[in-house]
Design a protein around this ligand. Structure first.
Ligand code: UDP
Length: 239
């Protein structure tokens, strides 16, 4: 089965909102189960999968900073939100029979293991899905940057960014119906045109480590497996 995979080791980045379903906030267990199933199918093809989930469905540091609160404290809270999301996703994966581990950049040893590159490498080689929690472990970063960092550390073949649409557009396609959709872009084009895919740090980190960024819709059933097979609809960001 592994022969037909376009990428063997991948980092899948999902925003916290991907776990929200139709709710305005928090975690919808049914949606988490659906996302876990998509990941489980990719694993069954023989892929080695790392996952980073954001925390925006629960908390973002800028929300507290915007109201005069302490940004660093807010970011700490945001990182803890990613731990919560990671725990529920790993749990859903295990219920599907997929061995999954949460490794957190923020040590919470009574709840999950602390991230080390060597530990993660070992688990990935064993075929476990690693859910990387806590972003980079530092304030003033995003989980996109955390995901690009882990993709580089784990020498992933691709960074798969699951969004609510099927690629990168010149404008928000939900607001601008005639927005142009791109099949391919270079990181320089993304940065130069200020396309809202992910933050500049994440794009630059992926570019500097020659990791292609694949933007696809996590809302489309089967899309992740299609991406792994090199079919389906997505935008490739690479030089
Ligand atoms: N965060 C942080 N450092 C990191 C990653 C995340 O401080 O390395 C905090 C930050 O407050 C951020 C929140 O965690 O707003 C949730 O992450 P993010 O906004 O990236 O989540 P997403 O938009 O992907 O759901």
């Amino acid at each position: 089965m592994t022969g037909k995979l376009r990428w063997r080791r991948v980092l899948v980045k999902l925003s916290g909102e991907a776990l929200m379903g139709s709710q305005d906030f928090g975690i919808d267990p049914e949606t988490v189960g659906r996302v876990a199933k998509e990941i489980a199918e990719a694993v069954s093809l023989g892929a080695q999968v790392g996952v980073v989930v954001g925390g925006g469905n629960i908390f973002r540091g800028v929300a507290i900073a915007a109201k005069g609160g302490n940004r660093v404290t807010g970011d700490h809270m945001g990182m803890l939100a990613t731990v919560m999301n990671s725990l529920t996703l790993a749990d859903a994966l295990r219920r599907l029979g997929v061995p999954a581990r949460v490794l957190s950049a923020v040590p919470v040893p009574s709840i999950c293991e602390t991230f080390t590159q060597r530990g993660a490498e070992r688990y990935m080689e064993d075929g476990d899905v690693i859910v990387f929690a806590g972003g980079t472990g530092n304030p003033f970063f995003t989980t996109d940057s955390g995901a690009a960092l882990r993709a580089a550390e784990m020498r992933c073949d691709a960074f798969l960014k699951g969004t609510s649409v099927d690629g990168v557009y010149s404008d928000d396609p939900k607001k601008v119906p005639d927005a142009e959709r791109y099949d391919t872009l270079t990181p320089g084009e993304v940065l130069g045109r200020d396309l809202k895919v992910m933050d500049a740090t994440a794009i630059a980190l992926a570019r500097d480590n020659a990791i292609p960024v694949i933007v696809f819709s996590i809302r489309t059933p089967g899309a992740l497996v299609d991406v792994m097979n090199g079919s389906g609809r997505y935008t490739v960001i690479a030089d």
